[in-house]
Design a protein around this ligand. Structure first.
Ligand SMILES: Cc1cc2nc3c(=O)[nH]c(=O)nc-3n(C[C@H](O)[C@H](O)[C@H](O)COP(=O)(O)O)c2cc1C
Length: 192
């Protein structure tokens, strides 16, 4: 498939099959992330891949602990793939995905957040090419902002000056793969 076609077909998936993704595929997705565009060519972001369903589930609960729905009243994300905004019965911010990548970036760097999300988007496209579904999830800082979270980061060897910026859920889509919403008009212009 041509790249533009892939970009148009990829969707955020929030319903996953039980099946785990192969280790080689997780490695490729992480490798893609390390090649993402990054501020100043500094290659500052770091990725931790988790291929352990129970751990992903625990982190998914932490991701929801400080989720404040009240600020999002009136928002709607997806009918086919409801998000935690749409469906209050969803308990894990990672939607039961069997694997997860956590993108870390330097706390005190101006482009810390853009670097992390460029990295995440690049991983999404590699995952799509491999037939693996994904979703970017935010609230990463809050997910580890407690004693148990900090302890886990120490165990994983995450440097003190690094902070989790976002997640990429990974797995196989359960049910029909959704189509893109129609694009809003007047979002671009070419000046010659
Ligand atoms: C910065 C950013 C943060 C996001 N955070 C979440 C999130 O916390 N939870 C979630 O389910 N989806 C999250 N998403 C995925 C978006 O909801 C999704 O990309 C959007 O609805 C468009 O759908 P599509 O990716 O299928 O085109 C995030 C996406 C971006 C770019």
């Amino acid at each position: 498939m041509k790249l533009l076609e892939q970009i148009k077909k990829r969707r955020s998936i929030r319903k996953y099959q039980d099946r785990q993704i192969p280790l080689e595929d997780l490695e490729k997705i992480i490798e893609a992330g390390t090649y993402a565009s990054n501020a100043g060519g500094g290659q500052r972001s770091m990725i931790i891949g988790i291929r352990n369903r129970e751990l992903v589930e625990r982190l998914g609960m932490w991701n929801m602990m400080r989720f404040d729905r009240s600020r999002l009243i009136g928002s709607y994300v997806s009918k086919e793939q409801p998000s935690v905004i749409d469906d209050q019965t969803i308990k894990s911010g990672f939607y039961g995905a069997p694997s997860l990548c956590i993108v870390f970036a330097q706390k005190d760097f101006l482009f810390s957040i853009p670097d992390a999300f460029c990295c995440a988007q690049t991983m999404l496209m590699e995952a799509f090419d491999l037939g693996i579904s994904s979703c970017i999830v935010s609230r990463a800082e809050e997910t580890f902002d407690h004693e148990a979270g900090a302890k886990l980061l120490r165990e994983w060897g995450v440097p003190e000056n690094y902070i989790a910026r976002c997640f990429v859920t990974l797995g196989y889509c359960e049910g029909e793969y959704p189509k893109a919403k129609p694009r809003k008009e007047n979002r671009s212009k070419i000046i010659e």
